[in-house]
Design a protein around this ligand. Structure first.
Ligand SMILES: CC/C=C\C/C=C\CCCC/C=C/C(=O)SCCNC(=O)CCNC(=O)[C@H](O)C(C)(C)COP(=O)(O)OP(=O)(O)OC[C@H]1O[C@@H](n2cnc3c(N)ncnc32)[C@H](O)[C@@H]1OP(=O)(O)O
Length: 332
């Protein structure tokens, strides 16, 4: 099996099965996938790939089976698309706690890409099918006792997930129906709007320091862009998990609703956002987020190396093992 072009990634339509042009021949001259000229930075869809669909959902592209357009589910995420509104719901259903494993992240990126490539879809609501948990964040077992190759693959998938959500042209709304620490919080922060269930037992925040690890710069940038420097600085240093009412006060989430109203409210907010002309909203979003996205895109490999050397340290491994042990004791 030949290696694939360094440009190859889930931004290519042929992902995850590389087409002939994406595969490097024995000359090992990088030959990018033919779709790549259209893909500006890896992981971020260019505006030109999504035709404006203001005012109505665009027609289903020919050749795509109708059933696929309406609902698909591989394993860990249930995706439903309402073609009349142009709104899809991605429901996380990976028991026990929707942790972001490599498999989850891969399925997430493929599902989101399918929606991005479907002209009938203009907005996505992210929510959970697991009671009381939105997502427990990165799967800690993926960062414990694994090879450097595994850490690299895992971290690339985490980066890809963030680049796709934060750089997404569609309207992204997080309907946070449970606790959402660390990576779970990052997913919500990367959306355009966050609605959380009004229950003080559910908390949200970037609690990495509590695990003895450090939120990477792009987690921090995303947080700062939502809540501002001062709140982010205090919350990040303390590794704070904010109960829903406090999260609202700090601006971590935009509104709280009773659990039974969450999906209805998310649909109403989505309709407001979709009432704007797509091209104007998309260009504005891209303008607001470009600097932060570009920072990771231009330092992606360095960030992976940093993750590997940080995670491989015995002191970090020890902290993660102790944290997992604490979780196990608590649950068992
Ligand atoms: C400069 C620095 C540059 C680079 C830095 C490099 C690296 C560091 C960056 C890494 C960024 C990390 C981001 C993260 O997301 S780390 C994960 C953080 N997550 C958490 O802290 C959440 C932990 N979980 C909980 O608090 C609770 O489980 C939760 C979600 C509130 C649910 O509670 P409950 O319903 O009571 O469920 P249990 O606690 O009983 O859990 C059930 C079961 O799931 C296991 N589990 C929970 N969370 C995780 C997880 N994140 N990963 C893996 N496994 C998890 C838990 O152990 C239980 O397992 P058991 O076998 O006992 O049933």
């Amino acid at each position: 099996m030949f290696p694939v072009s360094p440009n190859y990634g889930s931004g290519c339509p042929c992902f995850p099965t590389p087409c002939a042009q994406a595969v490097l021949g024995s000359t090992s001259t990088p030959v990018p996938c033919p779709a790549l000229p259209a893909c500006v930075p890896p992981g971020v869809l260019p505006l030109s790939r999504r035709p404006p669909a203001w005012g109505r959902a665009a027609r289903q592209p020919p050749g795509l089976p109708l059933a696929l357009a309406r609902a698909f589910s591989n394993n860990k995420i249930l995706v439903e698309l309402d073609e009349s509104s142009g709104v899809a719901t991605m429901k996380f259903k990976s028991p026990p706690v929707n942790s972001l494993s490599l498999d989850f992240l891969t399925e997430f990126c493929i599902s989101l890409e399918k929606l991005e490539n479907n002209r009938a879809c203009r907005g996505v609501i992210l929510t959970s099918a697991i009671p009381k948990i939105f997502s427990s964040g990165l799967d800690i077992t993926e960062m414990c006792g694994k090879s450097t190759e595994h850490y690299a693959e895992f971290w690339r998938a985490v980066q890809e997930m963030w680049l796709r959500v934060y750089g997404c042209n569609m309207v992204m709304i997080a309907a946070v129906n449970g606790s959402s620490p660390a990576g779970g919080c990052l997913i919500a922060l990367s959306c355009d709007y966050r609605i959380m269930v009004d229950n003080p037992k559910f908390s949200i925040g970037l609690n990495e320091t509590q695990l003895g690890i450090v939120a990477p710069f792009w987690f921090k940038d995303t947080f700062v862009n939502v809540v501002g420097q001062r709140i982010a600085e205090r919350s990040l240093q303390l590794g704070a998990l904010h109960p829903a009412p406090e999260a609202l006060k700090l601006g971590v989430v935009d509104e709280l609703v009773p659990e039974e109203k969450l999906q209805e409210r998310a649909a109403a907010v989505m309709a407001q956002w979709l009432a704007l002309p797509d091209h104007a909203r998309q260009i504005t979003k891209s303008m607001m987020r470009k600097t932060v996205l570009d920072r990771l895109i231009s330092h992606r490999e360095e960030d992976i190396q940093h993750f590997i050397s940080f995670t491989s340290k015995e002191s970090i491994q020890k902290s993660l093992r102790m944290y997992m042990e604490m979780l196990r004791k608590k649950s068992g």
